[in-house]
Design a protein around this ligand. Sequence first.
Ligand SMILES: [Cu+2]
Length: 248
Amino acid sequence: MHKQRRLPGCRTGAVWLGGLASWLMASMVQAGEKLHDPARGWDHLWNEVLVDITVIGIVFAIIAAYFVIRYRRTSPGQQGSATGLSAAAAVAWVVIPGFVFLADDLYIAAQGWSLWNTYRDVPADRLEVTLESGMYSWDYTYANGVRTQNELIVPAGKPVMLKMHSRDTIHSHYLPDFRVKEDSMPGRVTYLWFLPKEAGKEHLVTCTEYCGVMHSYMAGKVIVKTEAEFKTWLDQETAKLGNKAKMT
Ligand SMILES: [Cu+2]
């Protein structure tokens, strides 16, 4: 009887442990996949934070509710008769919840650290574009001198790195869909990169540093084209540049 009652518990424990192990492995596989798409990595990390605080919150709420009900006063003037905790129990009450919180915090912090490291390692096969921000526009310059304003045109499937500076005050180039944001400022070059994946899509660019009265109008877009479309567009713009150079 006693044995029969213990077995299902062991099996449940094994299932939990197995589930935990496979979740950890899945997290590690995903950590590897973050290499080429930081946006997925940030989303994954954020979801994990939400799941963790929800689970921990629910567990602690249930325990707290149980204590409130179990140890409630049942008659007016009732006095408790709590016996003191043993030293071992007191230590366990501090160490176990502390360990649960810290283990999770450290695990998430470690993932954030590795994700940030990965993000700082910009893929070598990137497209580099220079960005000059100013009140109130985003001015992009491609390697061959082609310029666009408030429209960053990029090919799908290629990492894009912006080298940013500002001609006046501090702006912040924010690409919500790609989960990246970085200040641009005078006298200093800052960087940002992202991976546009789907051709035919447009993504918002917005300023997230109050830079003057027209700050809220300082919006642009990332326009993602197929590689062939992008090449055609860039060739056309390059030809226009050549014509302009000939005319002057
Ligand atoms: Cu701005």
